[in-house]
Design a protein around this ligand. Structure first.
Ligand SMILES: Nc1ncnc2c1ncn2[C@@H]1O[C@H](COP(=O)(O)OP(=O)(O)OP(=O)(O)O)[C@@H](O)[C@H]1O
Length: 263
């Protein structure tokens, strides 16, 4: 289990530009949970993923993974058991490296990486098998530079790379948002298959409520650095876009009335 206890994250603390991005956020993430995360712009969704990945240090609070306190662990140390896919398909792969070289690097995630970009012969067949599942023909293009691939192909490759070494936690940050609808659908299907096949504990940020409802066993809604709604199982199955929109709206209404009261 991953336990997040009362975490706070500020940016530019103490200055006029201070942003309190995460506010006493707590959540227990069960082994195998596939959580979709929705929330308004600036709600803190990406910051939350970055704090889990160790990209940002916390101002307070704790994160434990499988009983180990990782709060002070730097990003590179957590990389051993965290896979992450970003919105930008260009971020997950090295354009100048071949598909095989990219996969060889992914295979060494969290280990010391030498300067050698060599790929062992035995690995090539394993890489081909991983790529064949995608149905994109990438298994026959191991020598091609990743920079030659389309955005969708690169994101598919990134998904495979992020899960080549089974991650304890998979973080997906709007990973289909930059793709055309058809390709986004394919990557989502791939996501569903990979996560289900390996039973990966996964957090997926999306602005698409249909996606948030269609995938995962649990959904959380964030607002202003907090989790304001957390639903799972049957209750999630029965959720509709209308109910989610109502939640958003009631939050906005509450803020307006707060402002009126305070003002
Ligand atoms: N590196 C940073 N420096 C300063 N402020 C930041 C930084 N990263 C995030 N913030 C601020 O923290 C708040 C939360 O941002 P975050 O990107 O986590 O929100 P989000 O929910 O992912 O939003 P979106 O849906 O728009 O991507 C915002 O006010 C943002 O401006």
């Amino acid at each position: 289990m991953i336990r997040v206890q009362a975490i706070n994250k500020y940016f530019h603390r103490g200055s006029v530009n201070e942003v309190h991005s995460l506010r006493d956020l707590s959540i227990d993430i069960e082994q195998g949970d596939f959580i979709t995360i929705i929330g308004s712009n600036g709600a803190g969704k990406s910051t939350f993923l970055s704090c889990l990945a160790g990209t940002h240090a916390l101002d307070s609070g704790n994160i434990t993974m499988a009983g180990t306190d990782v709060t002070r662990w730097p990003e590179h140390k957590r990389a051993r058991f965290i896979g992450r896919v970003f919105q930008d398909p260009l971020m997950g792969t090295c354009a100048s490296g071949s598909i095989a070289q990219n996969m060889a690097l992914a295979q060494k995630r969290g280990q010391r990486r030498g300067l050698s970009r060599g790929v062992k012969t035995g690995d090539r067949e394993a890489f081909r098998q991983h790529l064949r599942v995608l149905g994109l023909g990438l298994e026959d293009r191991l020598q091609d530079r990743a920079g030659l691939l389309s955005g969708g192909q690169r994101q598919a490759l990134t998904m495979v790379m992020a899960t080549l070494v089974r991650p304890e936690l998979l973080l997906l940050d709007e990973h289909t948002a930059a793709l055309d609808p058809k390709t986004a659908g394919q990557i989502l299907e791939l996501t569903r298959n990979i996560v289900t096949e390996h039973g990966l504990t996964t957090l997926m940020v999306t602005h698409n409520m249909h996606q948030a409802l269609a995938l995962g066993n649990r959904l959380i809604m964030m607002h202003r650095g907090r989790i304001i709604f957390d639903v799972r199982g049957q209750e999630k199955e029965e959720l509709t876009v209308e109910v989610l929109l109502d939640k958003f709206q009631s939050q906005a209404d509450a803020e307006v009335s707060d402002r009126m009261l305070l003002g």
